[in-house]
Design a protein around this ligand. Structure first.
Ligand SMILES: NC(=O)c1ccc[n+]([C@@H]2O[C@H](COP(=O)([O-])OP(=O)(O)OC[C@H]3O[C@@H](n4cnc5c(N)ncnc54)[C@H](OP(=O)(O)O)[C@@H]3O)[C@@H](O)[C@H]2O)c1
Length: 272
């Protein structure tokens, strides 16, 4: 049982949500509207849109202001996922990360486990890592969790014989970058229905550009970060305005103190 004050629901658009186990429902202030086959992303950003300062160790925690509610929501979204997708930049930034729900917010571990059993999922989501170059640390602990490495011919050649036997290397189209459409098609085709992207802003940019992201869960942390030269905004590496983007649909707004929790549908066409 968690001591966390429940999130306040400021707006909730009607949607076909499925019921969360009682404790998660109480803390989240409702249910989750995520279809059985979807790709949803989760980020925490400062008020000025900064999501990472790679030169600063632990920048995610700094940006979130160490919000307990943000960790609860991150755990909830992991618990609802069949698979978590990350990029090599995110892998390198979390040398001990295993992208598990119970690790990010231990007080809800039991409830997260109940949710996963109800969804028919294994105890933890599988993790897939996107890397074109294959420049990932072979000793990273998530690779020993049967991770899937989605890479190119070049990346596979570099990683040949380097990874734990349980890690799977899959060669996909692409040279400088992995073809993210091929990656997502492969994962869905293998039966991974709900895919959570916890990739950083470069892979997220490629996913958005390819119109592969259905939903975005965005925590706005009440901080101004400043960009300087090294900070990353939510989307990096692609230009979307004016022609390659469209308005998102705001599904829900929650608050916890001065943190805002926004849920957008990106794949719904809301143009008049
Ligand atoms: N605030 C948040 O909520 C949040 C969420 C996630 C991550 N982060 C932070 O973001 C930072 C990492 O950002 P990032 O953008 O470097 O991470 P990323 O998007 O996870 O990884 C980027 C790397 O993926 C590889 N890649 C392969 N195919 C790609 C494609 N089609 N498009 C783009 N990249 C492709 C590239 O490296 P190679 O091909 O050379 O391997 C690229 O440098 C870390 O500090 C992390 O902690 C913050």
């Amino acid at each position: 049982m968690s001591e966390l004050e429940p999130l306040a629901v400021l707006r909730e658009a009607p949607a076909a949500a499925w019921a969360l186990p009682g404790e998660l429902r109480r803390l989240y202030g409702g249910d989750l509207a995520l279809p059985g086959r979807c790709l949803y992303a989760n980020f925490v950003a400062s008020i000025d849109g900064v999501v990472a300062i790679p030169s600063l160790a632990g920048s995610n925690a700094l940006i979130s202001g160490k919000s307990e509610a943000d960790r609860f929501v991150m755990g909830l979204l992991r618990a609802a996922a069949d698979l978590v997708l990350i990029g090599s930049g995110t892998l390198r930034a979390s040398p001990a990360g295993r992208w598990r729900a119970e690790t990010v917010y231990p007080p809800a571990a039991e409830a997260y486990g109940t949710l996963r059993r109800e969804l028919g999922y294994e105890a933890s989501p599988r993790v897939a890592i996107v890397t074109a170059s294959g420049a990932i640390p072979p000793e990273h602990p998530v690779l020993a969790d049967s991770a899937i490495v989605l890479t190119t011919e070049r990346g596979a050649a570099r990683l040949d014989g380097e990874l734990p036997a349980v890690a799977e290397i899959v060669v996909l189209p692409g040279e400088a970058e992995v073809d993210v459409r091929a990656a997502v098609d492969l994962l869905h085709g293998r039966g991974h229905g709900r895919i959570l992207s916890e990739a950083g802003p470069h892979v997220f940019g490629s996913l958005v550009e390819a119109e592969l992201v259905d939903d975005l869960f965005l925590t706005v942390s009440p901080l101004l970060a400043g960009r300087g030269d090294t900070a990353f905004a939510l989307v990096e590496g692609v230009t979307l305005l004016p022609d390659r983007t469209r308005p998102a649909l705001l599904r829900s707004v929650r608050a916890h103190g001065s943190h805002l929790f926004l849920h957008y549908a990106l794949s719904v066409d809301v143009r008049p």
